[in-house]
Design a binder for this molecule. Structure first.
Ligand code: GLN
Length: 485
């Protein structure tokens, strides 16, 4: 089967090229089968997807199919899909089945998307490498000794390796964008409040966003357009009308771009990423855009703020997994207290336990003001600083991550090293702005490099248009590495 970059191409072949949805689903099922070693899927819905494809072929013949007909999609294992297992990569949720559809999932189904399975991820979406899953690590298809990024690692690899056409992931601090960058695909974190979180297993509710992972900006725009918008089940979703993102992906005019000076100067960032980022910025300059280095004075405060607030929210969100209401209950328990303790100790993995403890600590009476309240204040300052930045600029461009995909096991012993990998992605979540990760070449080992475009709050339309334009610009040139740098 030919390699499809966009859903539009698939739909054209479905209409005129003799392609059927049944063939499409069979093709992805075969790919999943022959790439089982990547461990991208936790569960595959082969029969159900085939049935849906057959029904859709008939519906298409009668001319009444939805806008996502032909889209075969995978769901990160944190999105509720009625009647299907849902575990957030955790043992504490073994045997749990989703009793309803997440709004984002429902909206895709309403437009005739076919869900082919649920995808492996870091436990409760906590991680940057997909090594924290109770289903084992996911392997990067570009080099199976490397991580795919996290926490939506299975979702990114599934798109990278052609196991489905697109995936839905969740992004609390970079979990859609960073694995997309590590796998050479596209990942979008929408503005906070753009897409309903109803049916998404919560990690840190004031940061969590559902976002698409795709091979083209066009598909990301279409999927986002369909998922976004008011929802009676989530009061944090904006009532603002959703623009037709998929119809406005033409970029015209000159942009004012700021980039973080350190991102192309700091030794902490791999030289190839620095070089590639610099080349891209130069290319934009040559095209007549204004490209200016900027200081982000609160850059150093971003990670502490993120990790204090998200662990605090996680400790509260995850308190519901107690052996009483969901999934697993320790058979060893003898009384109420030992049931809580044993269930949670046995059911949660190490990283989740670490974050619950950290979050409980920063919320404890004696430390609340010193950590939690302070981090809230810094969050507001970062927001103000970011808003000031966007009064002057259209976009903030940076690498997605300081390195390309690292070797499996390389950072597991050192959580701080792992957290540092999130330096460029967390800002968008701390402030709520949209950001996109698009491919920006490869390092000399052939591992994908990503570049991030962050835009003003609720400016997805212009962000997507610019991302598409930059994707086109990047395709025209390949960079030669200057290894003497
Ligand atoms: N890597 C970040 C973390 O571990 C981001 C996770 C996410 O976005 N879900 O918190």
């Amino acid at each position: 089967m030919k390699e499809y970059l966009t859903l539009a191409e698939i739909q054209e072949d479905l209409r005129e090229g003799g392609l059927t949805c049944v063939q499409l689903v069979d093709h992805y099922l075969q790919n999943i089968e022959s790439n089982k070693h990547l461990n991208a899927f936790v569960e595959v819905y082969a029969d159900e997807a085939k049935k849906a494809a057959l029904a859709l072929d008939q519906k298409m013949a009668s001319g009444s199919s939805g806008r996502l007909a032909g889209l075969v999609v995978g769901l990160k294992d944190v999105l509720s899909h009625k009647g299907h297992g849902l575990q957030a990569g955790s043992q504490i949720l073994r045997t749990y089945q989703a009793p309803f559809n997440a709004t984002a999932v429902q909206r895709l189904l309403d437009e005739d998307a076919i869900v082919i399975g649920r995808q492996n991820c870091d436990e409760f979406a906590m991680g940057s490498s997909n090594e924290n899953s109770s289903f084992g690590p996911v392997l990067n298809a570009a080099d199976t000794t490397k991580v795919p990024g996290g926490s939506s690692g299975g979702s990114a690899v599934a798109v990278q390796a052609g196991l489905c056409h697109a995936s839905l992931g969740s992004d609390t601090g970079g979990s859609v964008r960073q694995p997309a960058a590590f796998c050479g695909v596209i990942g979008v974190k929408p503005s906070y409040g753009r897409v309903s979180r109803y049916g998404l297993i919560a990690y840190a509710s004031s940061f969590d966003c559902i976002g698409p992972i795709t091979k083209s900006v066009d598909d990301a725009a279409l999927i986002l357009e369909i998922m976004a918008g008011a929802d009676e089940y989530d009061s944090t979703v904006s009532e603002k009308e959703v623009p037709a993102y998929s119809k406005s992906t033409e970029w015209n005019g000159k942009a004012k771009i700021g980039y973080i000076r350190e991102s192309i100067e700091s030794e902490a960032i791999s030289s190839e990423i620095r070089q590639q980022t610099r080349e891209t910025l130069n290319r934009l300059r040559a095209e007549g855009h204004e490209v200016t280095p900027v200081e982000i004075p609160l850059l150093d405060s971003l990670l502490p703020t993120y990790y204090i607030l998200t662990t605090a929210e996680a400790s509260s969100n995850l308190s519901r997994f107690d052996g009483v209401r969901y999934g697993y209950r320790s058979p060893e328990s003898v009384d109420l207290e030992s049931m809580y303790k044993k269930t949670r100790t046995e059911g949660f993995g190490e990283e989740v336990r670490r974050r619950i403890l950290l979050g409980t600590f920063v919320l404890s009476a004696n430390y609340y003001d010193a950590y939690y309240t302070k981090a809230q204040r810094v969050r507001r300052l970062v927001r103000e600083e970011t808003n000031r930045f966007f009064e002057q600029f259209d976009f903030l461009i940076s690498p997605v991550s300081p390195t390309t995909a690292f070797t499996i096991g390389e950072k597991t012993e050192d959580p701080l090293q792992m957290y540092l990998a999130d330096i460029f992605t967390v800002q968008a979540n701390v402030v709520g702005n949209p950001a996109i990760s698009i491919p920006n070449g490869e390092d000399k080992d052939g591992m994908p490099i990503g570049i991030q475009i962050m835009a003003p709050y609720f400016s997805e339309e212009k962000m997507l248009a610019f991302a598409k334009y930059l994707t086109g610009l990047n395709k025209k040139v390949a960079v030669e590495y200057n290894t003497n740098e």
